[in-house]
Design a protein around this ligand. Structure first.
Ligand SMILES: [Zn+2]
Length: 306
């Protein structure tokens, strides 16, 4: 049985700056550090007052934070870890406002921390090579949250931002069972070409595509896709296995979360919020180990421009 990774256990495990730094060192060098000067794995000791370790034999120094988002930060590592803990242990994450209150940092700092972590949560190159992919769009912000279909035909995108979602279903083939996977993209409109470009960029024609009746999708067959649709306007939601329930269920999680946690949706950051929700969805099978996965991802990746 997996032990529940509670806040209490988290705070015990990462009780000092040094334990956090040690964790990052272990992620970067899981099999020990080969000293470039001694040419072998040696013991490295933490240097007092610095984020560096030095070789016990020749004193060569290594810097575990170099090249990561933590490199130049003046915010304690414990605070970064805490932010990541909250992002992985709450269904909808927490807001910068809440982080500001809980850690006593400025709003600007809290916002910047989330921004940098979310950048490393993004999975830009998702592509679905086979299986069944549900494709749908949803409208965020503005008024009349759930009237996507009405809006699509009306004043398109005037007050609302649009997110396109693709969910690969969990279908066990040849005894192999994959987890459902989602890809999200903030798109400028629901026009045929916008949708087609996204479908072609992320879905191989060997996969089956399921959508609603929106006319933006009706040409997909011309591009080699097996395309099936349900007619939502005619109140038809499920036709055997032809439905878009997985992606629609995700929309309700996203909307409840985004409106509940962040309240206002800034157009500029909508994609990054979406990335955070997609990340949680795509890693939910890790359950109690989501934090470790996120920390590995964040600690390993090279620095990104702010
Ligand atoms: Zn050495």
């Amino acid at each position: 049985m997996i032990q529940k990774f509670t806040l209490k256990i988290f705070l015990q495990k990462y009780s000092t700056e040094n334990t956090c730094l040690d964790e990052i060192k272990n992620i970067r060098w899981p099999n020990g550090i080969t000293c470039p000067s001694c040419q072998k794995i040696t013991t490295f000791y933490k240097i007092n007052g610095r984020t560096a370790y030095s070789c016990g034999i020749c004193r060569y120094q290594v810097f575990p934070l170099a090249g990561t988002i933590f490199e130049k930060t003046t915010t304690p590592l414990q605070f970064w870890f805490y932010a990541m803990f909250q992002m992985t242990h709450t269904r909808s994450g927490i807001s910068a406002k809440q982080l500001e209150r809980e850690l006593g940092v400025t709003y600007k700092t809290a916002h910047r921390m989330f921004k940098q972590i979310r950048k490393l949560m993004a999975e830009p190159s998702t592509s679905f090579s086979d299986g069944t992919i549900e494709v749908d769009e949803t409208f965020m912000g503005g008024k009349g949250i759930n009237r996507a279909h009405k809006w699509r035909q009306g004043i398109e995108g005037k007050e609302k931002e649009i997110i396109l979602g693709m969910v690969k279903r969990n279908e066990s083939t040849k005894g192999k069972s994959e987890n459902k996977k989602i890809y999200l993209k903030h798109i400028p409109n629901t026009g045929k070409w916008t949708l087609l470009n996204q479908v072609q960029e992320h879905i191989n024609p060997k996969a089956k595509v399921i959508t609603d009746e929106w006319r933006g999708y009706t040409q997909l067959y011309k591009y080699g896709y097996e395309h099936l649709s349900v007619n939502h306007r005619a109140k038809q939601y499920v036709k055997g296995t032809i439905h878009t329930q997985n992606v629609e269920n995700f929309w309700s999680i996203l909307k409840r979360g985004v409106y509940g946690v962040y309240r206002i949706v800034s157009k500029k950051y909508l994609q990054t919020y979406a990335d955070e929700y997609a990340w949680r969805y795509n890693h939910r099978s890790l359950k109690e180990n989501m934090f470790d996965q996120l920390l590995r991802q964040v600690a390993e990746v090279r620095v990104l421009k702010a």
